[in-house]
Write a protein that binds this ligand. Structure first.
Ligand SMILES: [Ca+2]
Ligand SMILES: [Ca+2]
Length: 73
């Protein structure tokens, strides 16, 4: 296992974010998330949103998405 360069990881996350953000407005809503991951249980999604949505606007910005996918940073 070699470490992924930070900018490459960033680009990968950006790509993943954009694939989930189906209307391309720069935010992931709960509907977009469940549309992309239909198997995520509602409780898990609720917990995820509580933890990840740090500004509490009910949707995930790219910044919040990065924070969510980079534990410990
Ligand atoms: Ca969106
Ligand atoms: Ca938010």
């Amino acid at each position: 296992m070699s470490a992924v360069p930070a900018d490459q990881q960033w680009a990968q996350l950006k790509k993943q974010f954009e694939s989930i953000d189906s209307d391309g407005d720069g935010f992931i809503t709960e509907a977009e998330f469940t549309g992309h991951f239909p198997d995520v249980p509602a409780e898990a999604l609720g917990a995820l949103e509580r933890d990840a949505d740090t500004d509490g606007d009910g949707r995930l910005s790219f910044e919040e998405f990065i924070r969510l996918t980079s534990p410990g940073s």
